[in-house]
Ligand binder design. Structure first.
Ligand SMILES: NC(=O)c1ccc[n+]([C@@H]2O[C@H](COP(=O)([O-])OP(=O)(O)OC[C@H]3O[C@@H](n4cnc5c(N)ncnc54)[C@H](OP(=O)(O)O)[C@@H]3O)[C@@H](O)[C@H]2O)c1
Length: 234
């Protein structure tokens, strides 16, 4: 297992993001965990108590310019390079929605969090990623963002925002061939978003995601994988 890496993860108050932080810390890494709110006695606060200086908590909304500036300055203040950025924060605002019910607000908020924020945060942290000898950017996407897998239609905002995220990954991979950029489907996961009927536990999904990120080769950059390392068609 990798260790001693400097890793930034977004959307860490719960679900997949929280488990990413926990596993990366257990594996001996230094983590910057971005969450909109860090409650006293929350799981994140407990991790901070346990891991001390190896965990920096950054209270920020990735969807705002001021939030991204807070993340940028917190990370720049602590490190000269960043090895892994996991753009995990995401919203699913229009589950099962049809065309008449999708709104301007739902579309904008979905794009803001799921596609625009990952691009702009990567842009903000780029100077630190470029200083790592083995930088990786992992964008947590969804099978719902696969055009070829879309057999059921609907869910316009979520699907479209994840397609946009996927395209960001590909352009970034082409423009920065010294880094590895991946777009990843975590499975259908038992989180607030995935619900309790989901097939995959958070632990299993995150163990898989970490392995896929760690083992990825330059040839795999710019591609779409699931948490078990299987290639997904766009
Ligand atoms: N669960 C699944 O089955 C599944 C399937 C495919 C893809 N995914 C993707 O996996 C990622 C994680 O999903 P999850 O299942 O862990 O979802 P979740 O349980 O709903 O957690 C989402 C996390 O993102 C954070 N977040 C949302 N907007 C944010 C913002 N503007 N700034 C900072 N943090 C923000 C939330 O923080 P708050 O607590 O502040 O709201 C929360 O920590 C998402 O990108 C999602 O689209 C999940």
């Amino acid at each position: 297992m990798l260790n001693g890496k400097k890793i930034c993860v977004t959307g860490t108050s719960r679900g997949i993001g929280l488990e990413l932080v926990s596993q990366y810390l257990l594996n001996g890494n230094e983590v910057f965990a971005v969450a909109r709110k860090v409650e006293k006695d929350s799981a994140l606060a407990q991790l901070k108590e346990k891991f001390g200086n190896r965990l920096t908590l950054v209270q920020a909304d990735v969807g705002t310019e001021s939030g991204r500036e807070m993340i940028r300055s917190a990370v720049f203040a602590q490190t000269k390079s960043l090895d892994i950025l996991v753009n995990n924060a995401g919203v699913y605002l229009d589950r099962r929605s049809d065309l008449p019910s999708v709104t301007d607000e739902i579309l904008r908020d979905s794009f803001q969090t799921n596609a625009i924020a990952p691009l702009l945060l990567t842009q903000a942290l780029l100077p630190l990623l470029e200083k790592s000898s083995d930088a990786r950017v992992a964008n947590i996407s969804s099978l719902m963002g696969s055009i070829s897998d879309n057999g059921r239609g609907g869910t316009y905002a979520y699907r479209m925002s994840k397609v946009a995220l996927n395209m960001f990954t590909v352009s970034f991979a082409r423009d920065y061939p010294k880094m590895i950029a991946l777009t990843l489907h975590p499975g259908w996961v038992q989180t607030d978003m995935g619900g309790k009927d989901a097939l995959t536990s958070v632990k299993e999904s995150v163990t898989g995601l970490i392995q896929v990120i760690e083992r990825a080769t330059p040839e795999q950059s710019g591609k779409f994988y699931d948490f078990e390392g299987d290639l997904i068609e766009w």
